[in-house]
Design a protein around this ligand. Structure first.
Ligand SMILES: NC(=O)c1ccc[n+]([C@@H]2O[C@H](COP(=O)([O-])OP(=O)(O)OC[C@H]3O[C@@H](n4cnc5c(N)ncnc54)[C@H](O)[C@@H]3O)[C@@H](O)[C@H]2O)c1
Length: 245
């Protein structure tokens, strides 16, 4: 069986790659052998991150992209394919938290901002990534959701709604594209486990790794904490034969 963590000769695209889980995942892709396009609306930071990877001997480019802007997303995917020739793996990770307010006090602008980045942004990224992957007849997409995709949370309705939406979008994409050689997965459980020490807040049944993480790696992954866990799980999910939503 192919090693799901070997990305030699593959091309990966990561959004929200200037910091946090996105940066950790881009670094993990590079270390696993992939050529990586790092995208973020913080252009200077993401270009600096890509330059650091390139200075360490990896293939990496930084792209300024706001995922809530359709034309910037199209350009981001086109630039990745123009630079590296193909697109094998996409981690749609860029996301924002909502300003805390009960639903009746929330503003339309804040709703549109959060949904525009967290949900419509993922849809737009998938749309353009899938077009390239379809032409290749292969590819894998992981959308970063949240434990908030599995449960409610008072005060952040737009965030919770956006992440529930990401799960529905991912499930639909998985069904639409599986026969075309493309898999779509999402990471709600892993995102929760790897986030800033919140794992104790997660109900026990949700503190499990998806099937995509090989059994012999689960124990060591559980021992570590932080974004590196998420990154390895994402690569594993992307590279394995399993679809996890
Ligand atoms: N950290 C957590 O506790 C946690 C838990 C569950 C899910 N998540 C999800 O994981 C993802 C990453 O979270 P993180 O903690 O690494 O966040 P982070 O804030 O550290 O990083 C997010 C990155 O996304 C970028 N970004 C924001 N809006 C963007 C846009 N419109 N276009 C392009 N880039 C944009 C930011 O500049 C930043 O670099 C998010 O989708 C988040 O909802 C995080």
């Amino acid at each position: 069986m192919n090693n799901p963590l070997d990305y030699n000769g593959k091309v990966a695209l990561v959004t929200g790659a200037a910091a946090g889980m996105g940066l950790a995942t881009a670094q993990a892709f590079a270390e696993a052998g992939a050529a990586v396009a790092l995208a973020d609306f913080k252009g200077d930071a993401v270009k600096a991150a890509a330059e650091k990877l390139a200075a360490d001997g990896h293939k990496a480019i930084g792209i300024r992209c706001d995922v809530s802007d359709d034309s910037q997303v199209a350009a981001m995917v086109d630039r990745t394919v123009a630079e590296f020739g193909r697109l094998d793996a996409a981690f749609n990770n860029a996301g924002v938290m909502a300003k805390i307010a009960p639903i009746a006090d929330g503003s339309r602008e804040e709703w549109d901002r959060v949904i525009g980045i967290n949900l419509r942004g993922v849809w737009t990224c998938m749309k353009h990534e899938l077009r390239h992957m379809e032409r290749q007849g292969s590819g894998a997409i992981v959308n970063n959701a949240s434990v908030g995709a599995l449960t409610g949370n008072p005060g952040i309705a737009s965030y919770i709604a956006s992440k529930h939406g990401v799960i529905g979008l991912t499930r639909t994409a998985a069904l639409e594209y599986v026969k075309r050689g493309i898999r779509a997965s999402s990471t709600p459980r892993l995102a929760a486990m790897s986030s800033r020490g919140t794992s104790k807040c997660i109900p026990k049944p949700q503190r499990t790794f998806p099937l995509a993480v090989p059994a012999n790696r689960r124990k060591s992954l559980r021992r570590s904490c932080g974004f590196a866990v998420q990154a390895q799980a994402t690569l594993s999910a992307m590279g394995s034969q399993w679809t996890v939503v």
